[in-house]
Design a protein around this ligand. Structure first.
Ligand SMILES: [Zn+2]
Length: 128
């Protein structure tokens, strides 16, 4: 579900782009989107393109027991990606050519998949 706070984020994903919030005063990157900068208190927050590269901190492959509405996605992998800008987000991981996630491991380099997502507008990542 989108709100005015996240509209730009989801609109970018639908174009195959990854954006993060950036404070117009102190220039710190912010993720997840906020109304007030957690560093300086400014409300002058904008958006900037992310490099789309980062480090996979952790991930899990969901094989059973998906939340309501996600049953048809099984199996799928969700990971915590720390972007090179220093902020992190929850992302989906593309399966490898064999259709699994056996090649993924913590602390590996990953990159945002710029293929526009027609479905849920999820940030998809894959091995760099
Ligand atoms: Zn700030």
């Amino acid at each position: 579900m989108t709100t005015s706070l996240t509209d730009e984020y989801y609109a970018a994903l639908s174009r195959g782009e990854l954006v993060i919030q950036q404070c117009g005063e102190c220039r710190n990157p912010i993720m997840y989107p906020k109304y007030v900068c957690p560093f300086c208190g400014s409300t002058e927050l904008g958006w900037t393109s992310s490099t789309g590269t980062g480090t996979l901190h952790s991930f899990a492959v969901q094989r059973v027991g998906a939340p309501t509405g996600f049953e048809d996605d099984l199996p799928y992998a969700v990971g915590v990606v720390k972007l090179d800008e220093g902020v992190q987000l929850l992302a989906r991981l593309r399966p490898n050519a064999d259709g699994n996630w056996d090649d993924y491991h913590c602390d590996m380099r990953v990159q945002f998949d710029t293929a526009p997502d027609e479905g849920r507008h999820i940030a998809w990542f894959q091995a760099e």
